[in-house]
Design a protein around this ligand. Structure first.
Ligand code: UGA
Length: 421
């Protein structure tokens, strides 16, 4: 059992803290937000991560997990995990302010290893190791929001960059997971994380462009992506077209990698193009909605289904749904939105938020599915059709069954399918 400190109780920090406690380690988690500390100390978990709340409560009950606002509580721990945000700064490069703050507050003991889980640009860990004078291991996380506990327990790989024996000591913390471990240097680990997220973004921009090509050529995106996915070299994941990729990671990490490339004299044109295609994807979805609304949006009521950046989260950060909503609002549309993951608050950006799908559909000329919540397929679309003003649903996520919708008197427009179906 190791004495572990975790700085930050966001979804990465909290998942790391609770899962390491679950593996038998003794974990102190420091979080600057006192109200969060109070909630977590009572075993209340505001994040909607499956399995996280019981894990936190088990850790508290076993005395293996505690929360504190005092960064000094991490002093001298054998391992201190930095799990703080690195948002994109104005130039797209990662803002390392929160990581610097963790470092400034750190009073290492003789055996302390600093483990950097935050996504930081290439060169950061080597620099930190030099200034902090302690071993630093780069250990980027690959947790998906909404699947964080599962992904911690069943990782595709554990990525560790740094020098021995620190790397071996960190690897031992995860030994019970039995996952493949990539042991490498700082720079390769840092780049490996960005490279993975940016590749997912590339894949999605490509598939979204293919969907547009399908609409123009009469091809069917489902057949095209199925063909691709059966090739083992391509694989079946991240091939679903949508209103664009978003969330708190893919956009910032892709921009940060472009900035790293520029600073290193490598123009990552392919990534710049993927980012640009993503912006255009929002415009494309708006164009399809305008077309469905009969050519104009000014004063037109639109019902939005899904506001979060993906299904299974409450998270609205960098949500493609809200990017589309902002464009619709700028064109004068009147927006009402329903999302099963979002409660509380009357507004989400320009969208009047409602808790009932019927209210979202009421009086709407066009209904638009923007997040891939599976439950949308099970809504009573006949009832929604009865209260809507129009008869078109634009399904940007491909979660609805067009034949079933036809039975409810609705026409379904999907991305990547010729107009009309
Ligand atoms: C992403 C990565 O998937 C994780 O491996 C990584 O650890 C995490 O970032 C991070 O760096 O912290 P996440 O931000 O939770 O995870 O979101 P994803 O599941 O990757 O989805 C990103 C976006 O792509 C969402 O807007 C989603 O709706 C969209 N998407 C995904 C599609 O449009 N189509 C797909 O087929 C898959």
């Amino acid at each position: 059992m190791a004495a572990v400190g975790v700085a930050g109780a966001g979804y990465v920090g909290l998942t790391t803290a609770a899962c390491l406690a679950g593996l038998g380690h003794d974990v102190t988690c420091a979080e600057v937000d006192q109200s969060k500390v109070d909630q977590l100390s009572r075993g209340e978990v505001a994040l909607g991560e499956p399995d996280l709340a019981p894990l936190v409560r088990d850790g508290l009950a076993a005395g293996r997990l505690r929360f504190t606002p005092d960064p000094g509580a991490l002093d001298g721990r054998e391992f201190v995990f930095a799990c703080v945000p690195t948002p994109a700064g104005p130039d797209g490069a990662a803002d390392l302010g929160a990581v610097e703050a963790v470092l400034a507050a750190l009073h290492p003991g003789p055996h302390t290893v600093l483990v950097v889980k935050s996504t930081v640009p290439v060169g950061t860990c080597a620099r930190i190791a030099e200034t902090a004078g302690i071993p630093v291991v780069s250990n980027p996380e690959f947790l998906r929001e909404g699947h964080a506990v599962h992904d911690f327990r069943h990782p595709d790989r554990i990525l560790l960059g740094g020098e021995e024996p620190a790397v071996a000591r960190v690897a031992a913390l995860y030994a019970d997971l039995g996952a493949p471990v990539v042991r490498t240097d700082h720079a390769s680990a840092e780049l490996g994380k960005y490279a993975s997220n940016a590749f997912l973004a590339l894949k999605l921009s490509y598939v979204n462009l293919l969907a547009r090509l399908c609409e123009r050529t009469g091809a069917d995106i489902d057949a095209v992506t199925r063909t691709m996915s059966l090739d083992e070299r391509i694989g079946p994941h991240f091939l679903h077209p949508g209103p664009g990729w978003g969330g708190s990671c893919l956009p910032k990490d892709t921009s940060a990698l472009v900035a790293t490339g520029a600073a290193a004299g490598v123009d990552l044109t392919i990534l710049r193009s993927a980012i640009e295609a993503n912006d255009r994807q929002h415009d494309h979805v708006v164009a399809r909605i305008r077309q469905a609304a009969g050519g104009r949006l000014d004063g037109v009521r639109i019902g939005l289904f899904g506001l979060t950046f993906k299904a299974g989260t409450h998270d609205l950060r960098d949500s493609p749904a809200l990017a589309v909503a902002a464009r619709l609002a700028a064109a004068g549309a009147v927006l009402t939105g329903y999302d099963p993951g979002v409660t509380g608050g009357d507004q989400a950006g320009p969208v009047q938020r409602v808790d009932d799908p019927v209210l979202a559909a009421k009086g709407a000329r066009v209904l638009v599915v923007l997040t891939e919540w599976p439950e949308f397929g099970g809504l009573d679309w006949s009832q929604l059709a009865a209260v809507a003003e129009g008869d078109v649903v634009v399904d940007t996520r491909g979660v609805l069954d067009p034949a079933a919708l036809r039975g409810s008197g609705l026409r379904c427009l999907r991305l990547g399918h010729p107009a009309g179906e």
